[in-house]
Write a protein that binds this ligand. Structure first.
Ligand code: ADP
Length: 180
């Protein structure tokens, strides 16, 4: 092929022909809402990289390693059944740089309520300026998982509330232990 545009290649998922997606987040900790989005994401790509951002500015409750380990634990239980492979990778760079490094053509983000929109809109817009070949795609969780947020999970946990319907048993135990 005489002309191989690198952007074109990336659109088709790099040389391997695989469509790769990145689902970035803080995952402090991973909730059933995140897992819902991951499961939906597996329908859109051949390989999904769950990117755990260091996000020191958010002052996370769990270390990057712990957050990634909790994500990895959830992924073990995941049976996408549609041939998509999923892996977890911590990252400390700019999201777009990370997406380029893993050869992604899609960035997946979840939308909960109108309140998420402003931030997500700005992020998608700025990221599109940095790289207009990688598309940001928004997904909604099921009705039962839509309202779940990591910050409320931590807050409810802090006050001794029951978080078991928002997170997996593993995350439940990790949050309980961290709050002791
Ligand atoms: P970030 O700090 O990047 O927002 P989060 O871990 O809070 O990281 O969220 C990662 C992504 O998952 C975001 O796009 C967020 O909107 C989405 N998300 C989180 N919880 C839910 C949920 N319950 N339903 C749908 N999307 C969600």
């Amino acid at each position: 092929m005489p002309i191989a545009l690198s952007g074109d290649k990336q659109k088709r998922g790099g040389m391997s022909g695989k469509r790769i997606g990145v689902y970035p987040g803080t995952f402090d900790p991973i909730t059933n809402g995140h897992v819902d989005i991951i499961e939906r994401g597996t329908k859109l790509v051949d390989h999904l990289v769950v990117g755990v951002a260091v996000n020191a500015g958010k002052n996370p409750m769990f270390t990057l390693e712990d957050r990634a380990a909790m994500v990895a634990h959830e992924l073990e239980a995941l049976s996408s059944g549609n041939g998509c492979t999923v892996e977890v990778r911590p990252f400390e760079t700019l999201l777009m740089k990370f997406a380029e490094d893993v050869g992604a053509s899609l960035i997946l983000r979840g939308l909960r309520a109108v309140s998420d929109f402003d931030y997500e809109f700005q992020m998608a817009g700025m990221n599109a300026r940095l790289n207009d070949v990688i598309e940001t795609v928004f997904l909604m969780a099921s009705e039962t998982n839509q309202f779940i947020s990591s910050s409320f999970v931590k807050e409810i946990g802090r006050y001794g509330g029951d978080i078991s319907s928002f997170v997996s048993p593993n995350v439940h135990d990790r949050v309980t232990a961290a709050l002791k």
